[in-house]
Write a protein that binds this ligand. Structure first.
Ligand code: CA
Length: 363
């Protein structure tokens, strides 16, 4: 007797079990607890890239363990199945069941998606997580992707990024005039308004573009990832803070049909493994950035803070850019309203909590 027949017998349906055997119907038609699934997960990063590439590997390994091998997910680096910037389409059309990427890459197709990745002068990682989980953000994100047959899941944050790598000092907004810089999304829009020339390049092409002088400056992530690309060997000055990406959130995206085909327990495993991988990614960045920044400074990198008046000017442009994004469509307006309300509350609270404490500690 098969395990499923034993199971059915235990629940008093031996006759059904016998009938199933007689008719030659697979017992899996009645209980899919043992059915296994194989999924592909495409990403926008080089395979196993520190942080960004590790999160989907962690996720796949957790799903495998938690499901006892019933859901196996194979992770592909950018370009292995689809190019890094085609991850959303691949998941939407079912080429892959899942993806790991950043929602700001889809701005041409879904402008409002950018609210779920990075807003210049927007929320930090902790604030974004609060908004998504308990402030209504996640529901808006799901609604935004629903017409594309895609389910979003928060997938980790890099924490506050760095301002970028430059081969000249940035002392005022004049120093940004004509500056050709790799900076995607809304941050790029802000740079354009400040007189610069934003360029969008996938991670794998950044180092060569900077080293050959095809571009003048680069923002990538932060010390942990920037050091992995060797950006310190192609530029002299490392500026902070990353005003353009104060707490970038990444995404796991799931093809809705594929998700609905999973039994309930595997659906729960996918959601919980994503949540754990998301938490772990931020924690990994927090720890590794400390170490990597020290190593970069030891290698002779000059760490600089953007001048205060330049940051103030960039904030004015950022407010304009984000306001215009909110005017793109009614959905963008709803997301903006929710995002802005949460940020205002979080900022007021942080003034008496984390921010106040950190300022005190540093004195
Ligand atoms: Ca970045």
């Amino acid at each position: 007797m098969t395990r499923k027949c034993q199971f059915l017998k235990r629940w008093g349906v031996k006759a059904l079990c016998t009938a199933v055997a007689t008719l030659g119907i697979s017992a899996s038609a009645f209980a899919d607890g043992d059915q296994s699934y194989r999924w592909s997960l495409v990403t926008s990063w080089p395979k196993n890239f520190p942080g960004l590439g590790i999160a989907p590997e962690n996720f796949a390994s957790m799903v495998d363990d938690m499901s006892g091998g019933r859901l196996k997910i194979r992770v592909f680096g950018a370009g292995e199945v689809v190019p890094g910037f085609e991850v959303f389409d691949a998941v939407s059309n079912g080429t892959a069941q899942m993806g790991h990427s950043g929602s700001y890459y889809w701005k041409g197709k879904i402008p409002a998606a950018q609210f779920f990745a990075a807003i210049p002068f927007g929320m930090t990682a902790a604030e974004t997580d609060g908004w998504l989980r308990y402030g209504g953000g996640m529901e808006l994100w799901e609604e935004l992707y629903q017409p594309h047959g895609v389910i979003p899941l928060a997938a980790g944050s890099t924490g506050t990024q760095m301002g970028g790598w430059f081969n000249k000092e940035i002392n005022s907004v004049e120093d940004l005039q004509g500056l050709k810089m790799r900076i995607p999304g809304l941050g790029g829009e802000v740079l354009k308004r400040a007189g610069g020339v934003p360029v969008s390049l996938p991670g794998g092409e950044i180092f060569t573009a900077l080293q050959t002088g095809a571009i003048d400056a680069v923002e990538w992530v932060g010390p942990y990832n920037d050091r992995a690309f060797g950006l310190n060997t192609a530029a002299k000055y490392y500026y902070y803070p990353g005003w353009h990406e104060p707490g970038s959130m990444f995404e796991f995206i799931v093809n809705e049909e594929a998700f609905q085909e999973l039994p309930q327990d595997l659906q729960a495993i996918v959601r919980q493994a994503a949540r754990t991988a998301s938490y772990d990614m931020l924690v990994e960045y927090n720890a590794r950035n400390i170490e990597a920044l020290k190593q970069l400074q030891d290698s002779g990198v000059e760490l600089r803070r953007f001048p205060e008046d330049l940051l103030q000017q960039l904030q004015v442009y950022s407010d304009e850019v984000v306001q215009e994004l909110a005017e793109e469509d009614p959905m963008a307006a709803r997301i903006y309203e929710s995002y802005r309300a949460y940020q205002q509350g979080a900022a007021a609270y942080n003034q008496v909590a984390e921010q106040a404490y950190i300022e005190t500690r540093e004195q």
